[in-house]
Write a protein that binds this ligand. Sequence first.
Ligand SMILES: [Zn+2]
Ligand SMILES: [Zn+2]
Length: 347
Amino acid sequence: MDEQQTTENHRCVCLDPSGNVTLAFPDKKGSTSIQFVVSSPVLALASSYFRVLFESNFKEGLETKAGTFPRIELEEDDSEAMEAILSLLHFRNGTEYTTMKPEKLAAIALHCNKYQCTNALRPWLHLWLDSEKVPKAYDIGFLLSAAFFFEDAKHFRRISALAIRHVDIVTASLWQEQDVTALMATELHSMIIQSVRLLLDRLQGIMHSGEEMLEGSLRGYEMAGRVCDQCGRKHPETAKKCHPCGTSEIHKVYCTSQSRVAEYFILLRQNNLWPSVTRFRDSAAATLAAQFGTAASACRHQCSAGSECPLRTMLDRVSREMNRVLDNIQGVELKPDLVPTYLASEV
Ligand SMILES: [Zn+2]
Ligand SMILES: [Zn+2]
């Protein structure tokens, strides 16, 4: 048989020229079928599901043992995910699968779980799940489901920590509505959402603590320039008069405890961090911490205290504390009683 034959109603892929079984799956539209010529000894070695099926006394097992080249219909499965799994188990198309989109990877993991063949593909998991880059929030749910269905505790912990830092509550809540991500254990899903909430509360608390830090330092410092009493315009140190107002009522300004608090809230408002209730409800923790860092480094405040000004030291401390909390986030543990054996029990 040629490697691949396509007709109007089906596509047939030969994964083993001396294969002895055909597996048939409906394609995504359901109008055509995709068939794979496979080797039952290869699949029996890789998957305990297929071992039981081929060695059973059911029709499929008896026909395989009799050598009559049976055609087995597997109507529930995702043909694209199964094509990847079967190809890799038969050492075909390796280069095509070196990178994998998170959504497809989650489907592959789900089917590996169903067919109990994760161990045979384990070397591929590192290639698919190890990444230095932070994925998009939407994709993190698929990667997390993949680690869950592969029953890979190490990757689950790392990806769940990424989720807690980089996913907002709305996106995390959508996981319960998507086909594959919805199958992840509800307890784990709730734990991650709860951790996202706790982290956001913590960051909000740290940001609010900036105000207390400012109230704790009472010393005043001279600021450069002068300010018009009437219009509030800033003028150079040497100015004698506010020309637009025609007044010489221009005074020196001081960096005081009160002015620093006011300046802090203006800075937060300008950087969309105040009012904080909506921002800390709708955004990801890492986004908020990064935004605070940008706001802190963009602060133009200048007074005679220089870098020792309580406003500057507070901004620096709050930003560092937010990043420290983010860096210390531990992922969620994939406990043995939460691993997805309920799918395997359908076999
Ligand atoms: Zn003026
Ligand atoms: Zn100052």
